[in-house]
Design a protein around this ligand. Structure first.
Ligand SMILES: Nc1ncnc2c1ncn2[C@@H]1O[C@H](COP(=O)(O)OP(=O)(O)OP(=O)(O)O)[C@@H](O)[C@H]1O
Ligand SMILES: [Mg+2]
Length: 268
């Protein structure tokens, strides 16, 4: 990480595409970063992040490797604890010590690049596991939920297949369904297509797009610029641990800062 860390530019006036909510909007603020700082030992990774996500919004985090995107996402579901500032998520104040992380994670689903399904369990068994074990839902009800969420990711026909029999893209969609089965209020996606071949990437992105269209609130880290532009209400460019530039997807065609210009120009 660069030790030299210039201040980010003054924030651009709040403008949103697609009628996305701004601060004055009446919709619920589901995620609110206020001056959030996070360090790993001497390494300062988040250096005062300010960011709001409203109910129903899709926010895409973009930026160079090491800019703090995954760390920001991991703070949202309590996988990392913030060091300073304030972070509220679905009504939980994550700056406090006494947060019930189990409850928080019922509300906040996260899907990573690696999907970590149980290969020798069927798709249905993979999806029903957490609702049964964590939420204590009956097997019959869990199966109903599984049928519903697998339909949402377009995999109703794979219910009885073993996870290891599926393609990478299908497995990633099962991982998304597994997360949806917990009925989260907010979904986090961290580069969920990075490990996939290009032809499998499309089907996963389409799944996420469908969730967005159905009103799911989500934050997603992605290197798919065209996708970020078309699906996100707001794109957030992170640079050196801060929100450097943010706005509607169109900001990617008209970047205001040299840093975003360079990032977009690099073809990432
Ligand atoms: N658990 C950890 N312990 C120590 N350093 C960490 C830890 N997690 C992340 N870092 C460091 O924090 C910085 C930001 O990492 P982060 O994973 O948030 O970046 P990123 O923007 O997601 O990058 P990428 O695009 O490569 O995924 C990096 O320098 C990374 O090495
Ligand atoms: Mg990352």
């Amino acid at each position: 990480m660069n030790a030299q860390s210039p201040a980010p530019p003054a924030p651009a006036p709040s403008s949103n595409g697609k009628g996305a909510p701004v601060e004055s909007d009446a919709t619920e603020v589901m995620v609110n970063f206020q001056g959030v700082r996070k360090n790993f030992g001497a390494l300062q990774v988040l250096k005062g992040v300010d960011l709001e996500v409203h109910s129903g919004q899709v926010v895409a985090l973009i930026g160079r490797s090491g800019s703090g995107k995954s760390t920001a996402l991991r703070c949202v579901n309590g996988l990392e604890k913030i060091n300073a500032g304030k972070l509220t998520v679905c009504g939980y104040d994550l700056s406090k010590d006494n947060v019930d992380l189990r409850k928080l994670r019922h509300d906040v689903g996260i899907v990573f690049q690696s999907y970590n399904l149980f290969p020798h369990l069927t798709v249905e068994q993979n999806v029903t596991l957490a609702p049964r074990k964590v939420l204590g839902i009956s097997t019959a009800e869990a199966k109903e939920i599984a049928a519903d969420v697998l339909a949402q990711v377009g995999l109703s026909d794979k219910l009885d297949n073993y996870a290891e029999q599926l393609s990478g893209g299908q497995q990633q969609r099962v991982a998304i369904a597994r997360s949806l089965a917990m009925r989260p209020k907010l979904m986090l996606f961290d580069e969920v297509t990075s490990a996939l071949d290009p032809e499998l990437t499309g089907e996963v992105l389409k799944t996420i797009e469908r969730l967005a269209a159905n009103g799911m609130t989500m934050m997603l880290v992605t290197h798919e610029m065209a996708f970020a532009r078309s699906v996100a209400n707001r794109v957030v460019f992170m640079h050196q641990g801060t929100v450097w530039e943010s706005g509607p997807g169109e900001m990617l065609v008209n970047p205001q800062t040299p840093e975003l210009q360079q990032f977009v120009g690099s073809g990432l």
